[in-house]
Design a protein around this ligand. Sequence first.
Ligand code: SF4
Ligand code: SF4
Ligand code: SF4
Length: 188
Amino acid sequence: MKYAMIHDMEKCIGCQGCTIACRSENAIPDGYFRLKVKVDGPKGEFPNLSFNYVRHSCEMCEHTPCVTVCPTHASFMDENGIVDINADVCVGCLYCVVACPYNARYVNPLTNVPDKCNFCKHTHLKQYGEPACVAVCPTDALIFGDLDDPLSPIFSYLANKPFVTNKPHLGTKPKLFVVPNKKGGVVL
Ligand code: SF4
Ligand code: SF4
Ligand code: SF4
């Protein structure tokens, strides 16, 4: 499988339900995050204001600078395309934190090991088949699935909606796709 996610900015209302679910599901320490939804705006003149809600999390790159620089293979991509961290063989050099062009990793102050979104691989995905953020989103702005499966919802979604990826010029090929908000544009 090749797991991927879409953030549809047309549907996102910035409620932060996904960020709260992520923190709870993955026991993220206070002051740190795997997932943020940033508010871009307001834009325009009152009362015709618009907002843009921008997801910030690991982009699940196909070409992974974080994995390339890791000297111990603690950073790796699994058989389902999820970029993950094996804390048991991490030596805490933080090369991966520096190499990530999306600033997606933080260092867990309790373990001194880098951490980031892994699609809830060991938690909600394992138990319920989808990440916690996807499960709680009230507007279905997050779509999760398998890019290798033509029957997966993510497959037909990408076939029918215009989408962009973050910093495509870097050649990292993110598997986090973004459907732009027509009112507010897209800021990544
Ligand atoms: S966004 Fe950063 S941490 Fe995530 S796969 Fe890409 S380089 Fe690695
Ligand atoms: S901090 Fe750990 S996971 Fe990151 S590059 Fe160093 S050994 Fe690899
Ligand atoms: S839960 Fe859904 S609607 Fe709310 S901020 Fe997250 S993606 Fe947007």
